[in-house]
Design a protein around this ligand. Structure first.
Ligand code: NIG
Length: 424
């Protein structure tokens, strides 16, 4: 073994414990742990004493740099598995309208909502779109995110959707974070285009071209009254799955449209939102191995009275992921600490479950088995937190707790010289 970097003196949370467990159970805690990194991968994860024994035996070359974690919590890098962070313009006026009583669907029906961002997207230059997305992404990286899924869906023409996917490819270059692009093919019906014509264009032009050029990893649709029907979503998801894309579905957000059951039945990797999902829908997700992605900040932002409850899914054996859903309309709050806090306050996850949902759960929702846990052979994406345990991360919200962030074995954020948060 020839490590390039060794992280010592860590309170290691490899996220190998059962997600539904109480207390720190999901973390799989290892006191006084160490990891060794060789290139982009973890080459050792275990007790520091075991690593020292290997070093003493001469089986490990002493050519590495050392990072002393000072007894702080070390976890896998966070996986934010549901965002729409490539956008232009803002919808602050709509937010104010909602706070005055208008609903998300009423605003959309008046030409606002997703279509407002579509107009701004079409008018923005590539440089402006990328600059905005890079800023948002760099804040996420500093907050511990090492993998982010980003959806298209603000293009709403074949050319503009392909442009969005190409911009996502550019966004991922040297980002310090892997960008996973999803084609959100059914987000809204484009203005002035008959519904049938858009569905035809998606099936016969957009999807094949996106797949042919390798521009998307996932396929997604918005299954909702006022958006797309179950059968429309089914047809598009089936076509995407047949092209080898990973399936996701915006399901049961504003009404119970049986979206969870559809996502499960099709073998999608995730069903997202799920505010109105019933027990049957949760059972379907559990038996299909489809991850329940909870987006509590969106429920809060839209002043939904009943955010999705983790217990409904965990008690049935489904895996839960927690994500930001950062977008200009239904969720414009930024910050990992807010997502973790909302996972607890609104969705009922314990702090350790929230961390598990944003690491292991997120990786599973994206079907990325090489991350989300700290295990030998997996990607060396990890975070040293300014806290010895998980509790503070979900408790002391509004400030970011990540001190050092590594992506693919490379330090992409190092705030060790910054002020401390005095946790624990
Ligand atoms: O996940 N629900 C649909 N899509 C986004 C909202 C996008 C928007 O309003 O711009 C969501 O909440």
């Amino acid at each position: 073994m020839r490590p390039t970097l060794v992280v010592r003196n860590a309170r290691l949370a490899p996220m190998t414990g059962p997600q539904a467990a109480a207390g720190d159970g999901p973390l799989g805690l290892l006191e006084r742990g160490a990891v060794a990194i060789t290139g982009e991968r973890l080459s050792f994860v275990g007790p520091e004493a075991a690593l020292d024994a290997l070093l003493d035996s001469g089986q490990v070359a002493r050519t590495f740099e050392t990072l002393d974690a000072s007894g702080l919590l070390v976890t896998p890098g966070l996986v934010d598995c549901h965002t729409h962070l490539l956008f232009a313009g803002d919808r602050a006026r709509e937010h104010a309208q909602r706070l005055s009583g208008a609903s998300y669907l009423e605003i959309a029906a008046q030409g606002g909502g997703i279509r407002a961002t579509v107009r701004a997207f079409g008018e923005a230059s590539d440089d402006d779109l990328l600059a905005g997305a890079r800023e948002r992404l760099s804040r996420m990286v500093r907050a511990g995110v090492t993998t982010v899924e980003v959806k298209s869906g603000y293009g709403l023409s074949v050319a503009q959707e392909l442009r969005a996917l190409r911009l996502l490819r550019a966004l991922g270059v040297d980002a310090g974070c892997e960008v996973v692009p999803t084609l959100l093919a059914l987000h809204a019906v484009p203005e002035g285009t008959p519904r049938e014509a858009w569905l035809h264009a998606v099936l016969h032009e957009l999807l094949p071209e996106a797949a042919r050029c390798g521009l998307a990893r996932g396929i997604d649709a918005f299954c909702e009254q006022g958006a797309f029907t179950l059968s429309e979503c089914r047809v598009v998801l089936e076509a995407g799955l047949a092209l080898g894309l990973t399936g996701h579905l915006h399901a049961d957000q504003l009404s119970d449209g049986q979206g969870a059951a559809l996502a499960a039945g099709l073998g999608c990797a995730s069903a997202d939102h799920l505010e109105r999902t019933t027990k049957d829908g949760a059972d379907a997700l559990a038996s299909a191995g489809t991850v329940a992605v909870l987006l509590p900040l969106a429920a809060w932002f839209l002043r939904e009275s009943s955010p999705a409850q983790a217990r409904l899914f965990l008690s049935r054996g489904a895996t839960v992921a927690l994500a930001s859903n950062l977008n200009p309309g239904s969720q414009r709050l930024e910050g990992t600490s807010l997502v973790l806090a909302a996972g607890g306050l609104l969705s009922g996850l314990t702090p350790a479950q929230a961390l598990s949902a944003m690491t292991r759960g997120g990786a599973q929702a994206l079907r990325l088995p090489d991350r989300g846990r700290l295990e030998t052979g997996l990607r060396a994406d990890l975070v040293v937190w300014d806290s010895p345990g998980a509790d503070h991360l979900a408790y002391h919200g509004g400030v970011e707790h990540a001190r050092v962030v590594l992506s693919g074995g490379r330090v992409v954020s190092d705030l060790r010289d910054g002020p401390r948060l005095h946790c624990g």
